[in-house]
Design a protein around this ligand. Sequence first.
Ligand code: XMP
Length: 530
Amino acid sequence: MIRLPVSCQTTGTAESKGECMDKILVLDFGGQYNQLIARRVRELSVYAEIKAYSAISPGEIAKAKYKGIIFTGGPDSVNEKNAPHCSPEVLNLEIPVLGICYGAQLMAYLSGGTVSEAENSSEYGKTELTVKGGKLFENIPQSSICWMSHTDYISMLPEGFEINAETEKCPCAAISNQVRNLYAVQFHPEVTHTEYGTMILKNFIFGICGCKAGWKMDSFIDASVGKYKEKLRDKRVLLALSGGVDSSVAAMLLHRAVGDNLVCVFVDNGLLRKDEADLVENTFKGKFGINLIRVNASERFLSKLAGVTEPEKKRRIIGEEFIRVFEEEAKKLGRINILAQGTIYPDVIESGRGDSATIKSHHNVGGLPDKISFEEIVEPLRDLFKDEVRQVGIFLGLPEELALRQPFPGPGLAVRIIGEVTKEKADILREADAIFREEVKTRNADKSANQYFAVLTDTRTVGVMGDARTYGYTLALRAVTTDDFMTAEWTRLPYEVLERVSSRITNEVKGISRVVYDITSKPPATVEWE
Ligand code: XMP
């Protein structure tokens, strides 16, 4: 979680002078949207701290002077024997509480109400909400859409509570005891499908808790830099810098904290995009004076990939080879205390998805060097979402070209070259991909596409150039529009842009005789071809 500025963490003197910013406690009962709740609060410029329900006592909550508490959702039923319950005392601290989903049921249960399993009234997805009143629903129309996901429901109100909203199947979709400042909603205001979710959170945070908006991304930067300055004093920190957004921002942040004690290793595996390796070196070493070791390992990677066509095998080879190169470089550096990683919150959720099927293994999430020992691994961005990481990068002065760049897979062009990867194919793809990206950008077509790139297929087709027959590769163009990359629409790029790209590529890139456009969404296709 994002920690407080150091001044607030240490003695409390700043706090007692009233200088500390307002903060909300997100009490975590294990739901899937917990981080999202904290993020929504942060978006409203109020600092939010997530704590497991069992990790903080009512006394500690009172001492920390939270302005409000949010109980999150969770997968359990409050009536189960081992269901996560916090102390009922939390409701008596005279701090406003908002319970969401499981958190709402828990609030009702701890206050003497009844929670039952809904026989026919479980609700999933968009549901019409009818508002009856109450402080939480100020400036919200009587009828709107909310996002429901529950089996249990509050079947009997606790004493002193009233109903503030209902749905067709859920009589207690929102309840409150306004005298005690306790509010509960069965639906999820934090997800965007709830039409007035942000307004509900605003009403709670500002109207009910009385918070002042004062938290910004630069507060996160100050807090992190302060924290790591202290924690990593006199330690040598090693970071694998790929040039992607996450590791770049991690490098900038840690460089601010530890200066020359940060060493970045950048491995050029021969599978990067055109001019990418130079851009990384010029930016980090040239512009920011960061200790950067560029390892030119193209030949090594390409020789390991020779003859390999199976996508997962390619990924595995690249992941393993990367670790070996990284270990060798680390060894040359002598004693290193800390390994830093640019892990961000979605990586944490994705890699924590226990038994879900592996669609593609993302090597940059799992692999860690095993031949070097570190005292600790630090992950300064592990609580941030991608767009928050980009904002941090911009605040830190990272050029937009790097901070706003589109995702690029760890295995690089290897998963965009179908079949065997060779230097010749990588060079062809690099040129074609650069033309595609340049044209989309300069013709302003990039606003609708969140990721766009070229793929070199393994299919050769016949073409004609002048009077001669050609027999070259088929290149596929891929552009997708998406919020989260979990699902994606193929982007309707203007025909003129596609036409220009096709013409330039077939004329300028030797070895390509045909260009096609991928019009498949995800699902059923994935974004990358391999
Ligand atoms: P897919 O192809 O799974 O891609 O629909 C979703 C997003 O993830 C990126 N991607 C990867 N990123 N290592 C990465 O770091 C990988 O192995 C990898 N495979 C896919 C992809 O570019 C898209 O943004």
